[in-house]
Design a protein around this ligand. Sequence first.
Ligand code: PLP
Length: 431
Amino acid sequence: MSRRAVLETRNDALVARARKVMPGGVSSPVRAFAAVGGTPRFIERGAGAWITDADGNTLLDLVLSWGPLIAGHAHPRVVEAAAAAVARGSSFGSSCELEVRLAEQITGIMPAVEMIRFVSSGTEAVMSAMRLARAATGRRGIVKFEGCYHGHSDALLASAGSGVATLSLPDSPGVSPAVVADTHLAAYNDLEAVGELFRVFGDEIAAVLVEPVAGNMGVVPPAPGFLEGLRRVTLEHGALLVFDEVMTGWRVHPGGAQALYGIAPDLTTLGKVMGGGFPAAAYGGRRELMELVAPEGSVYQAGTLSGNPVAMAAGLATLELLGDPGQWARADSWAREAAGVLAGAAARRGVPLSVQRVGTMFTPFFTDTPVRSFSDARRSDRMAFARFFHAMLDAGVYLPPSPLEACFSSMVHDDDALAHFDRAVRGALAC
Ligand code: PLP
């Protein structure tokens, strides 16, 4: 065997080929392992809680496609529903009954979502919801929070200027400063900063957009009173409250964060779980707001593959599985046990670890203090996470390859998976 053949695995070969024809060799940046170093994995297949990479390694999956797979990989009911739909035709560009059924299902689960518009990605859902909020209020300003991610639309790729009330800056080259000029940033869980923004910009603010449980800086729950405060201040100023539940929908509670915290937002964005692993997302909310969307109203928004029947079928099958409360409880209790395993092992080893969990989402932050904001999250020890990540990968557990992301559980993560996780954590924290 040649030296090259010995050194180069099938995964390495795929990574090299991919890097020649795709930026960073990936279709989305975090997959490139930039935050943890090392070689990203190509995944060939998944079954239940487990995935198999291009070299045949089987790994316990806590990424679950970044959240959608609450039923695990290739759940028979989801596969059957998607296969039956695709056999009838993959896309029509016309309405189909599956859309109505999924819309009825979601509006039944989330009372604040009286009407819904399907789109293909979370980015599109939030971008469209912001357009609607601006149209409905006749205002331009959007308040968002540092460390929350709402997709990659230009107006939401903004980072904070030097003070609460100063202009935001583009968070990526290519985003025009003019496009983020109406996007105002506040620290997560900082109601005072939000109050200050309303004092300065007052009735120019169309909407406050928030991940009701932040997942994109790692899992950061809302402090008691934070979401209630946002609801109050938006009502006082005639602005809309938009919950971005693309990640939290069906993950923190079967009815989303709005059910968990008992707060009705004006608009809600959904994605991930509601597509059952296929590209589907949505925005919805109060009827009189949604009736402003074309063709009923004049707020334009459209999509060739919106309401795609295969995605609708997979989403419906997933939500029907979640209709059995025992299924969601299984995913929730697995995440609780896993968080306990992490916290227990860290305490025994004297490793500073703050494990934060809401429902089926959790993050081990390498810090000894609770994380309440993006600046707290950034103070966690990223190198310690990177070492932990690789030790876990070597032990057969696939964690999100970044310290500022959420791990996810599913209804098919079982006792074997937990025992495997426990062994891996004990070994990884001992290194
Ligand atoms: N909003 C939230 C809260 C998200 O977590 C994400 C993606 O992770 C998005 C929006 C964007 O969704 P998508 O990646 O489907 O465009």
